[in-house]
Design a protein around this ligand. Structure first.
Ligand SMILES: Cc1cc2nc3c(=O)[nH]c(=O)nc-3n(C[C@H](O)[C@H](O)[C@H](O)COP(=O)(O)OP(=O)(O)OC[C@H]3O[C@@H](n4cnc5c(N)ncnc54)[C@H](O)[C@@H]3O)c2cc1C
Ligand SMILES: *[C@@H]1O[C@H](CO)[C@@H](O)[C@H](O)[C@H]1NC(C)=O
Ligand SMILES: *[C@@H]1O[C@H](CO)[C@@H](O)[C@H](O)[C@H]1NC(C)=O
Ligand SMILES: *[C@@H]1O[C@H](CO)[C@@H](O)[C@H](O)[C@H]1NC(C)=O
Ligand SMILES: *[C@@H]1O[C@H](CO)[C@@H](O)[C@H](O)[C@H]1NC(C)=O
Length: 386
C-alpha cells in the first residue's frame, strides 16, 4: 500500500506534537515536517531568558529537532528545512523554498496540517529595529538574536514595556529582578489595571508584586507611537494617548499577535489573517466543502493562543486525520471553552494568575512556573511526550 503523505508546515509545539502522534499512531504514514529552523526555541521562558542572560544555558532553550525525531526511519519521517510559500489545493501540493539550495520544491500531500503559528511586533523588530524574540523568530540565527537582545537590555537604564498582559507582566518582573536598581522599568496598560483578562483581585496581587520590585505602572493609557529620538542621548520617545511622553533606551511592545499566513490562500483566512476552521479543526473551502487540510495552534481562529491549547488541538486534529485515513465517522470536536487558565510569575519569588476561576497562591505559581518557566519540560515537548 502506498504511504499516506502528511505534510506539516511549522515545527512549533503544535507541529511537533502532531508529527510524533501521527508517526506513532498511523503505521502507514509518511510525515514531512517543514520548518525554517532546525532548533526548537522554548519561547515560554523568553521573559526570563531575555532579562537574565545567566538564568539558563542556550542549550536548555534551543534544542536540535534532529535528536527528537532520530527514532523514526527515513521512510516514515522527513524534516525539510525551508519556508512554505504557497499551497495549491487542486494539485494538493505545498511549495517550499529550500534552505539548502534556495530552490522551490513542491511537496505532495494527502493531508496537510498548517501549524505555522504566530509572531509579534517585538519578535520581528518591526517597531524598534531590535528584535526582542518572544516567539520563534522565523529565522535560524535565533541564538544571535537572543544574545543581541540580552545585551541591549543589560545596557539599558530606562525600559518601557507597552502592554500589561501576561508577557508584559512577566517581563517587567524578570527585568526588575535582573537589572535591579540599574534601570527603571515602566509598564503601560491600556486598561485600568494590569492583566485585565483575569479577575481584578488577581490583577491586584500582580500589581502589588510588581510595585514591590519598583516597577512603575501606568494604567488607562495606550502607546500611540515610539520614535527614535533625534538628540542622540536617548534611543526612544514613547508617546501615550494622554499626551504624555516617556524616554526609553529600550521600548518593548508586548501586544499584537501576527499570523504567519503569507503562504495560505486568502479564501481560508478571516479579515485578520487567521485560518478559519470548523469544530473539527478542518479548513473549509469557499464552496463549503471539506478539504484534507487542518489548521492547528496559534494560526487558527480560536483566539486562546496558548501552547497548552495548541497541544489540546493537536490531539483533536490527529484523531480526525486518523479517522479520515481509516474512513471512520468517529470524529472529535474542539471547544476552547471559557475558563481562563493562566499562571503569571512575577520574578522568582511568586506571582499571580487564574486557575479554574480562582487566583492561585503565589507560592504555587512560583513552584510550578516561576522556578524555571517549564524549561526542564522542553525536551519532553520536543519528544512528543508532554
Ligand atoms: C512570551 C510568551 C510566553 C508564553 N507563555 C505561555 C505559557 O506559559 N503557557 C502557554 O500555554 N502558552 C504560552 N505562550 C503561548 C505559546 O507560545 C503559543 O501558544 C505557542 O507557541 C503556539 O504554538 P504553535 O505551534 O501553534 O505556533 P508557533 O510556536 O508560532 O510555531 C510555528 C512554527 O512554524 C514555523 N513557520 C511559520 N511559517 C512557516 C512557513 N511558511 N514555513 C515553514 N515554517 C513556518 C515558525 O518558524 C514556527 O517555528 C506564550 C507566548 C509568549 C509570546
Ligand atoms: C522551527 O523554526 C523556528 C524558527 O522560525 C524555531 O524557533 C523553531 O523552534 C523550529 N522548530 C524546530 C522543531 O526546530
Ligand atoms: C494548481 O495545480 C493545478 C493542477 O495541477 C494547476 O492546473 C494550477 O495551475 C495550479 N495553480 C497554481 C496557482 O499554480
Ligand atoms: C533558512 O532560510 C530562511 C529564509 O531565508 C532563513 O531566515 C533561515 O535562517 C535559514 N535557515 C538555515 C538553517 O539556514
Ligand atoms: C511570519 O510573520 C511575520 C510578520 O508578518 C513575517 O515577518 C515573517 O516573515 C513570517 N514568516 C513566514 C515564514 O511567513
Amino acid at each position: 500500500m502506498a504511504p499516506v503523505n502528511v505534510v506539516i508546515v511549522g515545527a512549533g509545539i503544535a507541529g511537533v506534537v502532531i508529527a510524533h502522534s501521527l508517526l506513532q499512531g498511523v503505521p502507514n504514514a509518511k510525515i514531512v515536517l517543514v520548518n525554517i529552523s532546525q532548533n526548537f526555541y522554548w519561547n515560554i521562558a523568553s521573559p526570563r531568558i531575555l532579562a537574565k542572560p545567566k538564568a539558563f544555558k542556550p542549550e536548555q532553550y534551543l534544542l536540535p529537532i534532529k535528536d527528537a525525531f532520530a527514532q523514526y526511519s527515513s521512510e516514515a519521517f522527513e524534516f525539510v528545512l525551508g519556508t512554505a510559500t504557497a499551497i495549491n489545493v487542486t494539485a494538493k501540493t505545498v511549495a517550499v523554498t529550500l534552505n539548502s539550495s534556495g530552490d522551490s520544491k513542491d511537496l505532495s500531500y494527502d493531508y496537510l496540517v498548517i501549524a505555522s503559528g504566530s509572531t509579534n511586533p517585538s519578535t520581528t523588530g518591526a517597531v524598534t529595529g531590535t528584535p526582542i524574540p518572544f516567539k520563534p523568530s522565523n529565522r535560524d540565527d535565533i541564538k544571535q538574536i537572543v544574545e543581541a537582545a540580552q545585551q541591549k537590555i543589560a545596557n539599558a537604564k530606562e525600559i518601557v514595556i507597552g502592554g500589561a498582559g501576561p508577557v508584559g507582566v512577566e517581563l517587567a518582573g524578570e527585568l526588575a529582578e535582573g537589572l535591579g536598581s540599574k534601570a527603571t522599568i515602566t509598564l503601560i496598560s491600556s486598561a485600568d489595571r494590569v492583566l485585565p483578562m483575569i479577575k481584578a483581585s488577581a490583577s491586584a496581587v500582580g500589581e502589588k508584586k510588581l510595585k514591590e520590585k519598583n516597577v512603575k505602572i501606568i494604567t488607562s493609557a495606550k502607546v500611540t507611537g515610539a520614535e527614535a529620538s533625534a538628540d542622540g542621548t536617548k534611543s526612544w520617545t514613547v508617546t501615550l494617548d494622554n499626551g504624555k511622553k516617556l524616554s526609553a533606551d529600550v521600548y518593548i511592545p508586548t501586544t499584537g499577535a501576527i499570523p504567519n499566513s503569507s503562504f495560505i490562500p486568502a479564501e481560508f483566512l478571516d479579515s485578520n489573517g487567521w485560518v478559519k476552521v470548523d469544530k473539527e479543526l478542518r479548513v473549509q473551502s469557499s464552496s463549503g466543502s471539506a478539504l484534507p487540510i487542518y489548521a492547528v495552534g496559534d494560526i487558527n481562529t480560536n483566539n486562546m493562543r496558548l501552547s497548552f491549547k495548541a497541544t489540546e488541538q493537536a490531539k483533536i486534529a490527529v484523531a480526525n486525520i486518523k479517522a479520515d485515513i481509516a474512513g471512520s465517522s468517529e470524529r472529535k470536536s474542539y471547544d476552547q471553552g471559557e475558563s481562563i487558565m493562566m499562571m503569571v510569575p512575577v520574578g522568582e519569588t511568586g506571582g499571580t494568575g487564574q486557575l479554574f476561576g480562582v487566583t492561585p497562591f503565589s507560592f504555587l505559581v512560583k513552584f510550578v512556573k516561576g522556578k524555571d518557566y517549564f524549561v526542564s519540560k522542553a525536551p519532553q515537548y520536543l519528544a512528543g511526550k508532554a
